[in-house]
Design a protein around this ligand. Structure first.
Ligand code: IPM
Ligand code: MG
Length: 368
């Protein structure tokens, strides 16, 4: 029997609740396909800081180096709770970024996907949504401002100052662009290159490399767009986009806007891929305000399982089945309280009940 080891980092806030549903879906896929997905949990995030004194404990690091893929829940605390943790031990700086660096997951794929069945969640008008939204944002994930040198201090004039460096070398840029061109080639062959070359030198180099790499993908049309204009265009005409590629910080911001046009970040799974290792996570935070209430929709976590099946294990049909199962549950009129208001026409169910329904739908679908 094929046997894969999957690291399970449930994370903080709603993480454990939605992870539970993701794990059930993964187990069902295993059973259906005669594959053992061994799920090995490790503490990670703010919860790990409080239980182990370290948001990224040794056992989580060891798993990173040995498993076939990692499923990770959201991490983080409310602003007030975060203040109880030393700055460098806060889970974003102390766990998530070190994990991205350790795994070298430079390519982050964030689908902004709104099929007709989910269109009612979007704040956009039906005429703007058209036939639905189907974008993949490709974000560089281990470079740029996030990982550049940082310095704080007091300058000669006695003023406190900060200096954070945005650094990329040409290989880092080329690597992420190649990923974007490749996925573009498998889709509509229109690649929007998002940059800010009217101000940033980093974007000037980025665009030079775009011009070099595009020669290898002559069938892909490249459209250059400034990042600020891209933010507007996402609201006004999201249908023009298929694949968008950008550096780390732009990708952080625009992908949240992607969640905004869907109606919720809860509809945003993601894949973080490196040359040797990969992990999968919702694009959103840990929603501490609704944690423990069994009302968080598990879509982003279950969608991340689908992305894992596709990217790490080449199980495309099962990945598609999972996405279809998720949509079918919404189509049947069900939703969770985080996504939908009481009193609307939806039948409100809990996180685990939503998971039950996805499992039912999936079980009824043909195995790949
Ligand atoms: C994301 C998140 C992270 C990021 C945070 C939690 C550090 O916002 O994955 O988009 O900024 O990359
Ligand atoms: Mg973000």
């Amino acid at each position: 029997m094929t046997h894969y080891k999957i690291g399970i980092f449930a994370g903080d806030g709603i993480g454990p609740e939605i992870m539970r549903e993701g794990c059930r879906v993964l187990s069902l896929v295993g059973e259906r396909n005669g594959i053992q997905f061994e799920q090995i949990e490790a503490p990670f995030g703010a919860s790990a800081y409080f239980s182990h004194g370290d948001p990224f404990p040794e056992e989580a690091k060891a798993l990173c180096d040995t498993v076939d893929a990692i499923l990770k829940g959201p991490i983080g605390l409310s602003h007030a709770e975060s203040q109880k943790i030393p700055v460098d031990m806060q889970p974003e700086r102390g766990a998530l970024l070190p994990m991205r660096r350790r795994l070298n997951t430079y390519a982050n794929f964030r689908p902004v996907y709104l099929p007709k069945s989910l269109a009612h969640f979007s704040p956009l008008k039906p005429e703007v949504i058209g036939d639905g939204i189907d974008i993949v944002m490709v974000r560089e994930l281990v470079g740029g401002l996030y990982f550049g040198k940082k310095e704080t201090g007091t300058n000669a004039q006695g003023k406190r100052y900060v200096n954070e460096v945005l650094e990329y070398d040409e290989d880092q840029i080329r690597n992420i662009l190649v990923e974007a061109f490749k996925i573009s080639q498998r889709r509509k062959k229109v690649l929007h290159n998002i940059h800010k070359s009217n101000v940033l030198k980093s974007s000037v180099l980025w665009n030079e490399i775009v011009d070099e790499v595009k020669d290898d993908y002559p069938d892909v049309e490249v459209v250059h767009l400034l990042v600020d204009a891209a933010a507007t265009a996402l609201c006004l005409n999201p249908g023009q986009f298929d694949v968008m590629v950008m550096e780390n910080m732009f990708g952080d911001i625009l992908s949240d806007q992607g969640g905004g046009i869907l109606g919720s970040l809860g509809l945003m799974p993601s894949a973080c891929i490196g040359p040797e290792r990969a992990y999968y996570e919702p694009s959103h935070g840990s929603a501490p305000d609704i944690a423990g209430q069994n009302i968080a929709n598990p879509y982003s976590m279950i969608g991340s399982v689908a992305m894992m099946l596709e990217y790490s294990f080449d199980m495309r049909t099962e990945a598609q089945n999972i996405m279809r199962a998720l949509q079918a549950v919404f189509d049947d009129g069900y939703s969770t309280a985080d996504l939908s208001r009481q009193g609307s026409s939806v039948k409100m169910i809990a996180t685990n009940e939503f998971g039950d329904k996805v499992l039912e739908k999936l079980a009824a679908m043909q195995v790949s």
